[in-house]
Design a protein around this ligand. Structure first.
Ligand SMILES: *Cc1c(COP(=O)(O)O)cnc(C)c1O
Length: 460
């Protein structure tokens, strides 16, 4: 395996934030107190926090300057028009509706378009998207290809939707589908990109059947970068032009600005249909705010407007994706298995392969998050049996998801190559003596979304 060289960070550091150093003995105590659940840790006791890439970006000097320039007028603020111009310029849709974060954008869209028996297909729905559909008694349907679930297939666009499955689904349910979604990159499927060829095919199917087609666009810039790198014919295109081309096939998009817009809070819906936009704005006023701020401050809108442009900067995107691939390369060297190829925003470790002595009902992924914190103060998130395991109501036995993953999500512009080496070394030291990691058992769990608050104990 050829070692991937570390990326050169395309920025220098003007402000720093100290890290939370702890001793191993302290971490043992803190784990006990948190019920062996890393969501229960205080963040200042975490050395390197890879829990999520959402809302954890470092803002630039220009974004902070924008914060000082925010216009906090209730209606028609200057900051809104800057924000609207940035979104229109990149996405190309007429209407731009701000919301406080991505899930609020999903809520105002789905509350407006869903009926009781509706179904919404996507490649793979992100959890908040799925929840916003299911809470309205509609169905969220995942139609990704088989490669999305195969950690070893070295393919360029594992986020693609299976268009044969989409056609078959629409043949049976066409009348009940108010919108087709496509998640770029596919967060719940290893952070893998979707190709322009696939986007074009999905759009053609929707157009023929007159069904609106929307992107879940959180990581559109990372997706466009992968198209430039991997899809024939786009190597000489600018990432901005590729993004415009992606959106040119769609009727609208929802976006969490906490990802590729490089801010700590924010989101929006953007679309062409004036009638639908009007209905969404009515809904917005009830739950989020007036349509020129939608749950955000003027200063937040300034930071998003600036962040959207920085997120498309190609020097930044090269560094961004190479940093993730670099961590993957280090893990290859030390024999830690992960979902391949490396995603745009995260590495997903295959915990059941790393810890083969722990059976699925002893939660190897969860056990790895505990071991990683104990070893080096690193926080990661399990995406496996605890998060997605469900009891079969008839047999009482637990049914586990296909993959048992631990996600190392990399915040944007926050950590350097030496932090990545530190993370790889911590995992390497676990991989040298995997049998020392103990399985775990759940001692207390809530009814919904148990991974956030459940308590555990280690099994000797
Ligand atoms: C983060 C995310 C969302 C939800 O956005 P929030 O800002 O966390 O509400 C929706 N879809 C995808 C793919 C995401 O990654």
């Amino acid at each position: 395996m050829r070692l991937i060289p570390p990326p050169v960070e395309p920025f220098r550091i003007k402000m720093v934030e100290s890290l939370g150093w702890t001793t191993r003995r302290e971490r043992d105590k803190l784990l006990q107190a948190a019920g062996f659940n890393v969501f229960g840790l205080h963040a200042d006791k975490v050395l390197i926090d890879l829990l999520t890439d959402s809302g954890t970006s470092a803002m630039s000097d220009r974004q902070w300057a924008g914060i000082m320039m925010g216009d906090e007028s209730y209606a028609g603020a200057r900051s809104f028009y800057r924000f609207e111009k940035a979104v229109r310029g990149i996405f190309g849709f007429t209407h731009v509706i701000p919301t406080h974060q991505g899930r609020a954008a999903e809520r105002v869209l789905f509350e407006t378009v869903l009926g009781k028996n509706s179904a919404v297909p996507s490649n793979i729905h992100f959890d908040t998207t799925r929840a916003n559909i299911e809470v309205r008694n509609a169905r969220a349907v995942d139609l990704a290809g088989a490669a999305a679930y195969d950690p070893d297939a070295l393919l360029p666009f594992k986020g693609d939707m299976d268009t044969a499955k989409l056609e078959a689904f629409l043949d049976r349910n066409g009348g009940r589908v108010p919108v087709v979604m496509l998640t770029v990159t596919n967060n719940s499927g290893g952070g893998q990109p979707v190709s322009l060829a696939n986007i074009q095919r999905v759009a053609a199917i929707c157009r023929r059947r007159k069904i609106p087609f929307f992107f879940d666009a959180c990581r559109f810039a990372e997706n466009a970068w992968f198209i430039k790198q991997r899809e024939k014919g786009y190597g000489r295109w600018s990432v901005r032009d590729i993004a415009r081309k992606m959106f040119s096939f769609a009727d609208g998009a929802t976006m969490s600005a906490k990802k590729d817009a490089l801010v700590n809070m924010g989101g929006f819906v953007t679309l062409n249909d004036p009638d639908l936009a009007g209905r969404i704005k009515n809904n917005l006023i009830i739950g989020e705010g007036f349509p020129t701020y939608g749950g955000l401050s003027g200063r937040d809108l300034e930071a998003i407007a600036q962040g959207l442009h920085e997120g498309l900067d190609e020097a930044y995107l090269e560094y961004r994706t190479r940093q993730v691939a670099y961590l993957g390369g280090l893990l290859d060297e030390v024999g830690v298995p992960y979902f391949k190829p490396a995603g745009g925003h995260a590495i997903y470790v295959l915990a059941d392969r790393l810890l083969p002595h722990i059976p699925r009902d002893r939660y190897p992924g969860w056990a790895l998050t505990v071991a990683l914190y104990r070893e080096s103060g690193i926080r990661a998130v399990e995406i496996g049996g605890v998060m997605f395991g469900r009891k079969n109501p008839k047999t009482g036995r637990e049914v586990f998801p296909e993959l048992e993953l631990v996600r190392l999500a990399i915040p944007r512009r926050v950590y350097t190559a030496s932090h990545m080496i530190f993370v790889a070394e911590a995992l390497a030291s676990i991989a040298r003596k995997p049998e020392q990691v103990k399985g775990i058992r759940i001692i207390e769990e809530p009814r919904f979304l148990r991974h956030f608050t459940a308590r555990f104990e280690e099994i000797d």
